[in-house]
Design a protein around this ligand. Structure first.
Ligand code: DAT
Ligand code: MG
Length: 138
């Protein structure tokens, strides 16, 4: 086994739609552990660091504005290969085609209308997880 930690964010759309409990339920049902959790109104500086890899892309500005638009639930999650495993639970980036049974596939709404609004974030690698956990929990 390889016990890892990852950063999960319930984005403002997930919080506003009262899906936090459902998302936590899926994380716990999979056998992962909640290590820490907080409700955050994210500052632009935090979001700029969090999404540094996307700076300059056409969707960057709307993405950051959306992430500033309301509270986010940040969760430190631990488990065996949880970094990859949570991304499987989340489903692909575009909810329009995310598989049924995934968070984005079951609850995400048409991406064409609300490009950034795909309910959750999960770190994509051990390096990202370490960097992002420091940003959101320090
Ligand atoms: P993920 O969140 O699946 O890791 P990502 O890191 O590539 O995806 O992008 C971060 C967020 O930016 C994503 O959750 C939604 C938005 N996004 C990504 N690609 C996009 C695109 N081509 N058009 C609009 N928004 C996009
Ligand atoms: Mg990403």
């Amino acid at each position: 086994t390889a016990i890892e930690e990852t950063l999960v964010l319930v984005k403002p759309d997930g919080v506003a739609r009262s899906l936090t409990g459902e998302i936590l339920r899926r994380i716990e049902a999979k056998g992962y552990s909640l290590v820490d959790i907080r409700l955050v109104q994210a500052e632009r500086s935090l979001l700029a660091e969090h999404y540094a890899e996307h700076e300059g892309k056409p969707f960057y500005e709307p993405l950051v504005e959306f992430m500033e638009s309301g509270p986010i639930v940040a969760i430190r999650v631990a488990g065996n290969r949880v970094i990859e495993g949570f991304r499987v639970l989340a489903g692909t980036t575009d909810p329009t085609t995310a598989a049924p049974g995934t968070i984005r596939g079951d609850f995400g709404r048409d991406w064409g209308l609300r490009v950034q609004q795909n309910l959750v974030h999960g770190s994509d690698s051990p390096e990202s997880a370490e960097r992002e956990l420091k940003l959101w929990f320090s």
